[in-house]
Design a protein around this ligand. Structure first.
Ligand code: ATP
Length: 268
């Protein structure tokens, strides 16, 4: 189960070049996450400069949190485990505790490694008295495994969580994620950059007005822009295919009429 969620650095298919309009965030990730991994000796020297073992990306859906997490792993030459939280929250699964331990031990074996948890608030939300006993135990176990990473200065495993509801996260979890980054809805200029990136190698019209397109897509996330471009591309191909089929049908009709005439001539 875990292996199916695992990617080694060579197989990660995205890097910084696949992210548009977030240069400032990339720079911060470089300094906060990547530099301490690459210059571990310098950072691990003092307790005050320990690299972060928890990073939180928060912001609206479709704005590139998963993309950023993967690209960070790629750029830092780290393995990437995408942990499906439903495996840990399914109370009937029964094996969740073993699984959590297995994920951490796999990450330690593969280090440097990022363990990515999308919608992290869904299983590490503020604890309540109504928590199911199994859920409470799982959270406690998860945090103690995480603390194991935090207290080991030589360990280069980072838990990277993504959420669009940071306010729902347990305070204890927030403390374990000292590096927190906002991934916002793209502005006009950012949408323009994203559109340029998506359409980079596509057969677009030479007079395409990216500025106007960006201005008319206010409220679109990067993922919405991707879907918009995909639909436009599909419409174009569909139009071409429809024209080609109409031409072929006309051709067939002409051919059939010709052979009908030949048949009539032969009978005569
Ligand atoms: P969710 O919260 O729904 O999981 P997310 O914030 O993790 O969403 P991603 O899954 O990373 O968003 O982004 C979805 C897709 O949107 C990406 O695969 C990419 O095609 C496109 N995208 C989003 N933001 C950007 C960006 N800044 N630059 C380029 N592409 C982007």
């Amino acid at each position: 189960i875990i292996a199916s969620q695992l990617v080694v650095p060579d197989e990660i298919n995205v890097n910084w070049k696949d992210i548009a309009g977030l240069d400032h965030l990339i720079q911060e990730l470089r300094e906060t996450v990547i530099l301490p991994i690459q210059k571990r000796d310098l950072f691990a020297d003092s307790r005050l400069t320990q690299p972060p073992k928890g990073v939180l990306l928060h912001g609206p859906p479709g704005c590139g949190k998963t993309l950023i997490a993967k690209a960070t792993a790629k750029e830092a030459n780290m393995s990437f485990i995408n942990l499906d939280v439903s495996l840990l929250t399914d109370k009937w699964y029964g094996e969740t505790q073993k699984l959590a331990a297995a994920v951490f031990s796999l990450a330690v074996k593969l280090q440097p490694c990022i363990v990515f948890i999308d919608e992290i608030e869904s299983f590490l939300r503020t604890r309540t008295q109504h928590d199911h006993e199994a859920t409470a135990m799982m959270k406690t176990q998860f945090m103690s495994l995480w603390d194991g990473l935090i207290t080991d200065p030589s360990c280069t495993v980072i838990i990277m969580g993504a959420t669009n509801r940071p306010q729902d996260l347990d305070k204890a979890i927030q403390r374990r994620m000292p590096a927190t980054f906002h991934v916002p809805m793209p502005s006009d200029t950012q949408r323009e950059r994203i559109l340029h990136l998506i359409l980079k190698s596509e057969p677009v019209a030479p007079d395409i007005d990216y500025k106007r397109l960006a201005a008319s897509t206010e409220g679109f996330s990067g993922s919405d822009l991707h879907e918009l471009c995909r639909q436009a591309a599909v419409y174009r191909v569909r139009d071409l295919a429809r024209d080609e089929m109409a031409r072929e049908m006309n051709q067939n009709k002409t051919n059939n009429t010709d052979s009908d005439d030949e048949f009539v001539d032969a009978v005569r």
